[in-house]
Design a protein around this ligand. Structure first.
Ligand SMILES: [Fe+2]
Length: 357
């Protein structure tokens, strides 16, 4: 049976019973040496580990207790740019509802999901999709996804949200509202950590009206040759902050001090990334870490990433003047969010082309 990788969903490829993956999914030779078995990787306890930050005391009346909690968050953002958040204030019940609803959507047959297919060529980016091959490399990723804007509520298009299961809209909307509150709290601690006023970073990324929360449910089917593929290739997030839930199947890896570190599965936690936007505004004090997702042959992995992004054109992102100094000049040129994305794409295409020469 010949399966076209271009027209197939990864889920269809996976369930077709193929034993060898199409060549578009095979990573370049130099990358293959770093791809190991994700379950083995997760068991490793030696070496640096992603910090777990307990937010229980983030608003404590006791100044010393409060500052200790906030310092830990700041330290995580400076040293890693990624962390497991616990006691973040969002109930397990709500997170569970979001996960049950997302999984129920993906549990439907591919034909059902195709009714929600996006159309990237015509600019319809919301909906069900898979990565299209980048022209330069032709490389594909072992995942399908569902992508849609979930906050602010007046910018949502509920007509494209999954109608099945029936709790999807309510659970996801409630979660979006709660996450938006958590984002404000985190941004205020990060602002204070830079010596800025509490509301400054929130304002710089667009505030309540303009900061967009986009959810991407990543669905990684079982892969017959996980040692050859990646679910998501190495990248840094362009967002201000990213919040991630997952179904307790390992897969996320972070590139820390020259090595790939596998994220452990921490119950009831939310993984949070500092994205490029905050890295730029903070002139590199807070880090946007390189990361990727491995796949495996035994279990489907699902993750729910919510990207908190500034508006595409309205804001020029550049290091805040208060953050730099004469000894620390601005490390990033001024760019809109959209120009920043274009710049990254351009760099990536150039790299891919240079490898082909
Ligand atoms: Fe990411």
């Amino acid at each position: 049976m010949v399966i076209s990788a271009v027209s197939s969903r990864v889920e269809s490829l996976s369930s077709s019973g193929i034993r060898a993956i199409p060549k578009e999914y095979i990573r370049p030779q130099e990358e293959l040496t770093s791809i190991g078995d994700v379950f083995e990787e997760e068991k490793k306890h030696e070496g640096p580990q992603i910090p777990t930050i307990d937010l229980k005391e983030i608003d404590s009346e006791d100044k010393v207790v409060r500052e200790k909690c906030r310092e830990a968050l700041k330290k995580g953002a400076v040293e890693w740019g990624v962390m497991h958040l616990v006691n973040h204030g969002i109930s397990n019940e709500l997170m569970e509802r979001v996960k049950v609803a997302g999984k129920a959507f993906f549990d439907q047959p591919v034909e059902e999901k195709e009714k929600y297919a996006n159309d990237q060529a015509s600019g319809k980016i919301q909906g069900y999709g898979s990565k299209l091959a980048n022209n330069a490399s032709g490389q594909l990723e072992w995942e399908d996804y569902f992508f849609h804007l979930i906050f602010p509520e007046d910018k949502r298009d509920l007509s494209i949200w999954p109608k099945t299961p029936s709790d999807y809209i309510e659970a996801t909307s409630e979660y979006a509202k709660e996450l938006r509150g958590l984002a404000t709290k985190i941004l205020s601690v990060l602002s204070l950590g830079l010596g800025l006023e509490e509301g400054r970073l929130e304002k710089e990324v667009g505030g309540l009206e303009e900061l967009l929360l986009q959810m991407k449910i990543n669905y990684y089917p079982k892969c017959p040759q996980p040692e050859l593929a990646l679910g998501v290739e190495a990248h840094t997030d362009v967002s201000a902050l990213t919040f991630i839930l997952h179904n307790m199947v390992p897969g996320l890896q972070l590139f820390y001090e020259g090595k790939w570190v596998s994220a452990k599965c921490v119950p009831d936690s939310i993984i949070m990334h500092i994205g490029d936007t905050i890295e730029i505004l903070s002139n590199g004090k807070y880090k946007s870490i390189l990361h990727r997702a491995l796949v495996n042959k035994e279990k489907v992995r699902i993750s729910w990433a919510v990207f908190c992004e500034p508006p595409k054109e309205k804001i020029i992102l550049k290091p805040l003047p208060e953050v730099g100094s004469e000894t620390e000049p601005a490390r990033y040129p001024p760019r809109t969010f959209s120009q920043h994305i274009q710049h990254k794409l351009f760099k990536k295409t150039e790299e891919a082309l240079s490898k082909k020469v």
